[in-house]
Design a protein around this ligand. Structure first.
Ligand code: COI
Length: 459
């Protein structure tokens, strides 16, 4: 059975076509380039690490499918009459589901060519995952609220420890992008990132439900006293216009900080079905809208400044607005973000959704000498800072995100936004009008009845 072999051997069997690449990377005839450098000490420490060997336990977890849930189910778990039994059920779901979901991703990493997983960033992620897998699978059934308190502490620590996962993965695939075809790395990234979102969603939802249960304002017998707008992390009446307005305000502030003080900043105009509300995890939507607006604002500033410079115009630069159209159908909310920022250069289009290729691959090494701790979303920031209530106004909470050091950008906002959109069965598409501007279409499910999409084939 291939899966019970050591990864180095099983990969040699599986990857056939990579064999040449592998051999030449392991025994290079010329000096390795910066991106393909292999640390010999590291390689040997991995080879001798028992975590890379056969693991019957891991096999038994990988043999089981995960159990995806929908937003509705998340709400139902913690909705009305949140009681001890529901909290304990929720804890046990997370306790059994986390090691299962992690096991699948560990196996994905074992299937990567050996030379890729020896990359220091990717092997750090592997070690983190293995540690979490071992820790969660050993937790006995949760039977009481005291057990749950201890469990929540373990979850909080894991959430904190895993804050380096996204930058490590991003840096790892960029460093390996000449070892493996980029479409394979991108597939790997899409699956591993979706899975990470999914684990953090179920873990954070459970912490939030436990908080609600422990809150002095929680009256189990009276539905009237519960703050019904949020069930855990899910905001039942997420308002499309409000999200765009709030995120837009803060993105414009960021743009003012990032550009020279006399640089004009475009206006954001919102139109369409402005009162649309739907259940969603706000931080996911904020992340996507924030990234789209940030791209549109910067493209508009850059394109029009360049036009004005090239014509040596002395008249003040006028920036066309960024227009957001919100439209709701029976099952979906669609956001169209239109800018006149000149479109995407044709050479960049093939790599637009890639984590492994594109302009970021060329300049990242200069900017990142060490792995930053990075909360991808507010939700992560809130849960790890422990200083923040999820019912704090979005205004205040967004300003916390803007306090991230500006160099925490890894240039993967667009592909990462699509991962967030597709996770809840939505979609993200981009149409570039060369020389004019860009239209991006974000579609999210309105009914909350779609399950998490853990695999790329939608199963
Ligand atoms: C992650 O953030 O990658 C996780 O898997 C978190 C989970 C262990 C709670």
């Amino acid at each position: 059975c291939i899966s019970s072999l050591e990864p180095s051997m099983s990969q040699a069997i599986r990857i056939g076509s990579h064999a040449k690449v592998l051999r030449s990377q392991l025994f290079p005839t010329t000096a390795p380039t910066t991106t393909t450098k292999i640390n010999a000490r590291h390689l040997s420490s991995i080879e001798h690490n028992p975590r890379w060997r056969a693991s019957g336990v891991l096999d038994s977890y990988v043999a089981q499918p995960a159990h995806p849930i929908s937003l509705r189910q998340l709400v139902f778990f913690g909705g009305r009459n949140l009681d001890e039994k529901k909290i304990i059920n929720s804890a046990n779901y997370v306790r059994t589901e986390l090691p299962l979901r992690i096991a699948h991703r560990i196996r994905d990493m074992q299937k990567l060519p050996y030379v890729v997983v020896t990359n220091r960033h990717l092997s750090e992620v592997y070690e983190l995952y293995y540690k979490a897998f071992e820790s969660f699978r050993r937790i006995p059934e949760i039977k009481s609220l005291e057990d749950n308190e201890k469990f929540c502490e373990i979850v909080k620590t894991a959430l904190q420890e895993h804050l380096t996962v996204i930058p490590s993965l991003a840096m790892g695939v960029l460093e390996c992008n000449d070892l493996v075809p980029s479409h394979e790395l991108d597939r790997f990234m899409n699956v591993i990132l979706r899975s990470r979102i999914s684990r953090r969603v179920i873990a954070e939802q459970h912490l939030a439900l436990t908080d609600t249960f422990n809150s002095p304002f929680h009256f189990p017998d009276s539905v009237n006293h519960q703050p019904h707008d949020f069930v855990g992390e899910v905001f039942l009446r997420c308002n499309a216009r409000e999200v765009v307005e709030q995120v837009g305000k803060h993105t414009l502030e960021l743009a003012r900080e990032a550009n020279s003080s006399n640089s004009p900043i475009p206006e954001i105009q919102i139109e369409g079905h402005l009162d649309t509300t739907f259940p969603y995890i706000p931080s996911h939507l904020e992340y996507i809208i924030g990234e789209l607006l940030r791209n549109s604002i910067q493209a508009t500033i850059d394109h029009h400044t360049q036009l004005s410079t090239s014509t040596s115009s002395t008249t003040p630069i006028h920036l066309p607005p960024i227009k957001i159209l919100i439209c709701h159908t029976k099952e979906h909310i669609i956001f169209r973000v239109s800018d006149q920022g000149g479109g995407i250069p044709i050479a960049e289009l093939p790599h637009l959704w890639s984590f492994a290729k594109g302009p970021r691959a060329n300049n990242y090494l200069q900017n990142f000498s060490q792995v930053p701790k990075m909360a991808a979303t507010l939700q992560e920031l809130q849960k790890t800072a422990h200083t923040h209530s999820r019912r704090e106004s979005m205004d205040t909470s967004l300003s916390r995100l803007t306090s991230r050091p500006p160099n925490l950008r890894l240039g993967m906002g667009l592909p990462m936004s699509r991962v967030y959109a597709e996770y809840w069965a939505g979609s993200l598409e981009l149409h570039s009008l060369d020389g004019y501007g860009t239209d991006v279409f974000l579609q999210v499910s309105k009914l909350g009845n779609k399950c998490e999409q853990l695999n790329l084939d939608g199963v």
